[in-house]
Design a binder for this molecule. Structure first.
Ligand SMILES: O=C(O)CCC(=O)C(=O)O
Length: 319
């Protein structure tokens, strides 16, 4: 029955009840309301055909507006064609995932001494996350990288003042708007002294000079397939216990590795919504000296620092 017909019949019934002086009490106004609603629905159905499309376009523009406002924070001059996408849009526009990537997975394995061939077959591009426990053996980054190390390195860089224009910066729940502001925090807060405000931030490095110094202290993870290129942009995440990144999915080009240089971090991984019936959510704590490999474009993920010590990680995408 069409809503027009339903409205007509309900109206007739109500008129008949009134004429027969049937007392409907409060039901009368509810039924009258329902009749008006049917009329309202009909008038929506009768909109001109272009109106729903126009409303959708305006709604999308409103959702995308924060992206335009956030451009100074999220824009990367290296990726001149990329546009920052807010989480809601990333989720809405993501193509559906093939759930075979997570079907049957119950936990994130920790493995050691894995050959690049085995890594490629089982993990590199399959979407199956893994932690490699022995990949930092010859690195000095675990001992060298600290808040003070990064502060000095960036303050010496000639690109420091333009840093914000060139790289991405994630303030998470802090008030910081740039890496300069982070490095200007008080020494007590940087050292997480009791009574100071906790903090957690992340950034991508696109300063060549800084990159050269960083790479003196770590090398390409041994397990990456011979043909894989570890991307030039380093990602650093650093901050206090009890903090981390909110649940989100990324919109970057490739899977990535992330090395836990200090502290321990709990990763919560959720399959994409279209795989909820096929796949399980998983949690894994990555300890100092371990490297997690996860395709953050396919797995929703959040993190939480669970050590008493500050957490410092470095990572990159690989293709
Ligand atoms: O390491 C973290 O705390 C967050 C990492 C992350 O969200 C990402 O790489 O997309």
């Amino acid at each position: 029955m069409s809503s027009a017909e339903a409205e007509r019949r309900l109206g007739a019934l109500l008129a008949k009840a009134r004429s027969m002086q049937v007392c409907l009490g409060g039901e009368s106004s509810r039924l009258e309301g329902a009749r008006r609603l049917l009329g309202h629905r009909r008038s929506i159905a009768g909109w001109p055909p272009w109106l729903p499309a126009a409303i959708l376009a305006v709604t999308l523009a409103l959702i995308a507006w924060p992206a335009i406002e956030l451009l100074p924070l999220g824009w990367s001059a290296q990726d001149a064609c990329s546009v920052y996408m807010p989480d809601q849009l990333v989720r809405a526009l993501r193509p559906p995932e093939d759930c075979s990537m997570c079907r049957g997975l119950t936990k994130v394995e920790k493995v050691a001494n894995i050959s690049p061939e085995e890594f490629e077959k089982r993990y590199a591009y399959t979407g199956c996350p893994v932690v490699i426990v022995d990949a930092m053996v010859n690195w000095t980054a675990q001992n060298e990288f600290s808040f003070e190390f990064f502060k000095e390195l960036y303050e010496e860089s000639s690109e420091y003042s333009s840093f914000q224009m060139n790289c991405q910066f994630f303030p998470y729940e802090t008030e910081f708007q740039s890496l300069q502001e982070v490095f200007n925090m008080s020494e007590d807060r940087a050292r997480m002294k009791q009574g100071t405000k906790p903090w957690y931030i992340g950034w991508s490095n696109c300063d060549e000079v800084v990159a050269r110094v960083l790479r003196r202290h770590y090398s390409r993870p041994y397990f990456l397939p011979a043909t894989a290129e570890s991307k030039r942009t380093d990602w650093v995440f650093m901050g206090s216990p009890g903090y981390g990144a909110h649940m989100h999915v990324d919109n970057v080009d490739h899977p990535s590795w992330q090395a836990q240089l200090r502290g321990s971090k709990l990763w919560k991984l959720q399959p994409p919504p279209e795989c909820y019936y096929d796949c399980l959510s998983m949690e894994i704590t990555v300890d100092r000296g371990e490297i997690i490999v996860v395709d953050t474009n396919r797995w929703y993920h959040s993190t939480l620092i669970v050590s008493e010590d500050m957490s410092i990680t470095i990572g990159a995408e690989f293709d």
